[in-house]
Design a protein around this ligand. Structure first.
Ligand code: SF4
Ligand code: SF4
Length: 409
């Protein structure tokens, strides 16, 4: 396995001609004060160094370069040699996680992986993630399964985790994370604080998504507190062996529920289930859609409100771009796109929120200002992570919430 990863890493980094074009679009480079090792070209160079260090049994501390990568793939679309520095970072994290090189493991990453493996949720809070659905009815006989993947719900905890880390300091936080990674049940004793305002807002977005489906005549099943997290962190952090095992368990739960079609609601879960699960789970074979695929355009009133849409990386910068959110918005409003959009869209910085919150803060502020420059009445996001990070003014709204405001009576 490690040898396959090293071979793939070698083939990716060998294509680089060191022109530096990728640095012009990499959001982490300016946010890191132009520290070259936290930019796209630096990551490719570091990938080469990692390779040589593993081959020569050396030691080299390079992990921050890779863990700070947003995996947005913006670099790929400007690289004349077709190098994807996001892929280099992911392969390098996978080499580190697979014990290919010592001294580079990140304690917080280890903790998230270990807690997820035990509780099928990165914070061990599956019950809390089902609270938004209290009092609603499900159709247990339906082959359509609404799958939130716990993503909206988890957003209410990220700021609290960062505040806790600031309070106890980096050293103590690393020690606590190391301890929890060895004894994951300790997560239940950690003083985890939910942001109640964010939680109410996210619950409202989830209820609105359920409403949009019902208005389009879709009755669906939902697993409530049995719903597992899809394993996004484990995959993104490079724990590929664990991810294979974990994805197999999730797939079994989904199949056992009788699901014939999984209705995802966020870009990360959609991309993971649609494009990554089939590679890791033998005969995965369940259809994966996004909820907007099922929403009837006739349910909405038209309109010409001037809005700006921020496209999520996992929709716009993947091999198969997913443009349904943009098409739906165009049917109800007058949509502006910022200069960086489509294949050049810019990440909100969200994937760095847990490991490098200071980078996320700078990237999201910068993106928010770019979106504001288009002078919209509303800024619409289609991802709970983008929403959480770009929610810096009353004009920012999640797509489900916006579409509900455009429903005919
Ligand atoms: S744009 Fe491509 S070839 Fe140029 S430095 Fe970046 S990765 Fe290398
Ligand atoms: S994937 Fe994004 S964050 Fe990572 S190197 Fe490429 S442009 Fe930079």
């Amino acid at each position: 396995m490690i040898s396959d990863l090293l071979e793939e890493l070698d083939s990716e980094v060998s294509k680089c001609i060191s022109c530096g074009f990728c640095e012009s679009v990499c959001p982490t480079l300016p946010a890191a004060g132009y520290d070259l090792w936290k930019g796209a070209r630096g990551r490719v160079i570091m990938g080469r160094e990692l390779l040589s260090s593993v081959q020569n049994h050396g030691s080299l501390n390079v992990s921050d370069s890779f863990y700070s990568c947003l995996d947005c793939h913006a670099c790929l679309y400007v690289c004349p040699a077709g190098v994807n520095a996001g892929k280099v970072s992911h392969l390098s994290k996978s080499v580190i996680a697979g014990n290919g090189i010592s001294g580079n493991r990140n304690p917080l990453a280890e903790m998230m992986a270990s807690v997820t493996m035990r509780y099928m949720n990165p914070l061990g809070i599956r019950e809390k993630c089902a609270e938004w659905f209290q009092g609603m009815e499900v159709d247990t006989g339906s082959g359509d399964l609404l799958y939130t993947g716990n993503m909206y719900q988890l957003m209410a905890y990220t700021h609290g985790m960062n505040r806790l880390r600031e309070k106890i300091g980096k050293g103590m936080s690393r020690r606590m994370s190391s301890l929890i990674s060895r004894f994951p049940w300790l997560i239940k004793l950690a003083p985890m604080k939910r942001d109640e305002t964010a939680s109410r807002r996210m619950d409202q977005s989830l209820s609105n998504i359920a409403l949009l489906l019902r208005k389009s005549g879709i009755s669906f099943n939902y697993l409530g507190k049995e719903e597992p997290y899809p394993g996004t962190f484990i995959y993104d952090l490079g724990y590929l062996n664990l991810f294979r095992e974990y994805a197999g368990k999730v797939a079994k739960i989904l199949r056992d529920s009788g699901a014939k079609r999984i209705i995802t609601i966020d870009p990360h879960t959609y991309d993971l289930l649609k494009n990554v699960y089939p590679e890791y789970v033998e005969d995965f074979g369940i259809e994966v859609v996004h909820y907007l695929d099922l929403i009837e355009g006739s349910a909405f009133k038209g309109g010409n409100e001037n809005i700006t849409y921020h496209e999520p990386c996992h929709f716009s910068l993947r091999e198969q771009a997913y443009n349904r959110p943009l098409e739906t918005l165009r049917s109800v409003a007058s949509v502006n796109l910022p200069p960086r959009s489509g294949r050049r869209t810019k990440c909100c910085g969200g994937p760095d929120e847990l490991l490098f919150p200071e980078l996320t803060h700078k990237i999201s502020q910068n993106r928010y200002e770019e979106l504001q420059e288009t002078t919209p009445q509303k800024i619409v996001t289609a991802c709970p992570i983008c929403f959480s990070n770009l929610n810096k003014g009353p004009e920012v709204i999640e797509i489900g919430d916006y579409l509900v405001s455009k429903l005919k009576n």
